[in-house]
Design a protein around this ligand. Sequence first.
Ligand code: HXC
Length: 258
Amino acid sequence: MNNLLMEVENEIAVVTINRPKSLNALNSETLAELNQCFCEIETRKDIKVVILTGSGEKSFVAGADISEMVNATAAEGRTMGLLAYNAFGKLENMPQVTIAAVNGFALGGGCEISMACDIRIASENAKFGQPEVGLGTLPGFGGTQRLPRLVGKGRAKELIFTCDMIDAQEAYRIGLANKVVPLAELIDYCKKMATKIISKGSYAISLAKSAINTGLDVDLSSGLKLEADLFGLSFATADKKEGMSAFLEKRQAKLTDF
Ligand code: HXC
């Protein structure tokens, strides 16, 4: 991979988008590599949590690569949009938990890839925004769909229509960031959260993630029905037997992730 770094340790994969000269902007090659990377991760049993970040101390991802888009045709723009649709969809729906460690600018496609993660932890210097309409286009990597689902229709429209950049505290206030931490502590904080998540039942977490993601795309009654079905499915696992037995026997559960 030319534009990504990946380290796996203690069942945590840290994936770093590594194009610091362009503030980790996403070009087509990087989008294709992200797709390939997420396809690999979703099949790996030795990875339970993915932390996605950008290289350097200034930027998470400063958006899609404007130098690549400037002369692109409508068909090429659509191809780029579909590359992101596939890669971000994989990221959003993989069975592992995904945490965006937002270490600076998360603009345009950068804000959009962070929103495809389950959780966003922002460093104090992080800045979020959707500047696309100022470039004569619109958020094309999921921003018009994921942003309103996260922060509500009114706030999403304000951010997209004004192109305002908001700081980490404001992102936290509106529910775009789950937590704000000092930059120097960002990756450690994410790893600690990952370790806590890994200590729970990974298969149960993947079922809960599936219920939440699919449930938000369907009507309430269908979502509740799906939840009941997945709740039933969890009763077929050793973890459910062990988790509940351990509680009744007043001991620590030894979960095996199924
Ligand atoms: C290509 C980029 C880039 C980008 C920064 N760079 N963002 N290159 N695409 N999105 C490059 C700059 O050209 C510059 O290259 C180098 O990175 C450093 O950036 P500077 O602008 O010099 O840094 P600074 O003055 O600190 O400003 C930081 C910044 C600014 C505020 C983040 O770079 C910026 O506004 N970037 C664009 C942000 C944006 O509009 N993103 C949305 C893109 S559209 P050189 O060679 O000069 O050193 C998008 C659409 C998604 O994401 C959907 C499409 C289908």
